[in-house]
Design a protein around this ligand. Structure first.
Ligand code: KIV
Ligand code: NA
Length: 265
């Protein structure tokens, strides 16, 4: 299959074809998601929660993101692979931001980076783009700022914050971002932003008028059990499938049923 590029995504928006993005953190899963036709695989810093069991996305390191990303890149034949810049690797100093992005590109083979925020990270975005590295923005609920907000509730419900988000979205486009994630904002605002921009928006809890959708793969597959936000649709219950397989294996071992005569040398 033909590889997805940032230009493909732009053309998809122009053609009105929705973009399907999923998170991926490892080789085996990325192979399946690529085979299933995901257009973009995001090596999200949600790996901090999903893969490492941290409460927030803050602890994951650049080295750890590169390890996850390189595993995903090796699996992919078609999807565009975008890698989150982790907390602390791009804020405040645009030179540090550029060197973090360069490390991701060189050491993982990813095709671009994503970072959270608007005007406050404009210098970092500009410098990364100046090296020819595609940048995806991320507005609305930005989990790396969780301790500033205190909750994971819907963002930009009030007029002033909604207007600021729209201005940030326009700024990200003007800086040269190829796309942006809109996380957990009112659907009418996400629709308005999507209409105002030529670059594709990817929603998570942003409603159907975004140019694409993203979900955390472990949530969509039902590998995570106790997470039921309104925006999540589960397409499988793999926690139960895997628990059942584990129980049957354990029982077979205890009962000396496994391995059988044909399963040994
Ligand atoms: O890290 C992540 O999984 C993300 C998506 C939810 C957009 O940033
Ligand atoms: Na993220």
């Amino acid at each position: 299959a033909k590889r997805v590029t940032v230009s493909t995504l732009r053309a998809m928006k122009e053609a009105g074809e929705k973009i399907a993005m999923l998170t991926a953190y490892d080789y085996s899963m990325a192979k399946i998601l690529d085979a299933g036709g995901a257009d973009v695989l995001l090596v999200g810093d949600s790996a901090s929660n999903v893969m490492a069991g941290h409460e927030t996305t803050l602890p994951i390191t650049l080295d750890q993101m590169i390890y996850h990303a390189s595993s995903v890149v090796r699996a992919v034949n078609r999807a565009l692979v975008i890698v989150d810049l982790p907390f602390g690797s791009y804020q405040g100093d645009s030179k540090i931001a550029l060197s973090s992005a360069i490390r991701i590109m060189k050491e993982s083979g990813g095709h671009g980076v994503k970072l959270e925020g608007g005007a406050e990270v404009a210098d970092s975005i500009k410098r990364i783009l100046s090296a020819g590295i595609p940048v995806m923005g991320h507005l609305g609920l930005t989990p790396q700022s969780i301790y500033k907000f205190g909750t994971y509730t819907v963002r930009a419900k009030e007029e002033a914050e909604a207007e600021r988000l729209l201005q940030d979205a326009i700024l990200l486009q003007e800086l040269g971002c190829f796309s942006l994630v809109l996380e957990k904002i009112p659907a009418h605002l996400a629709g308005k932003v999507s209409q105002a921009l030529a670059i594709p928006t990817i929603g998570i809890g942003g409603g159907v008028d975004c140019d694409g959708q993203v979900l955390v793969t472990h949530d969509l597959l039902g590998l995570t059990k106790d997470f039921h936000p309104r925006f999540l649709r589960r397409y499988a219950e793999l926690f139960d499938v895997i628990q059942d397989a584990t129980e049957r294996y354990v029982n077979d071992v205890k009962a000396k049923d496994f391995p059988g005569p044909q399963e040994q040398y």
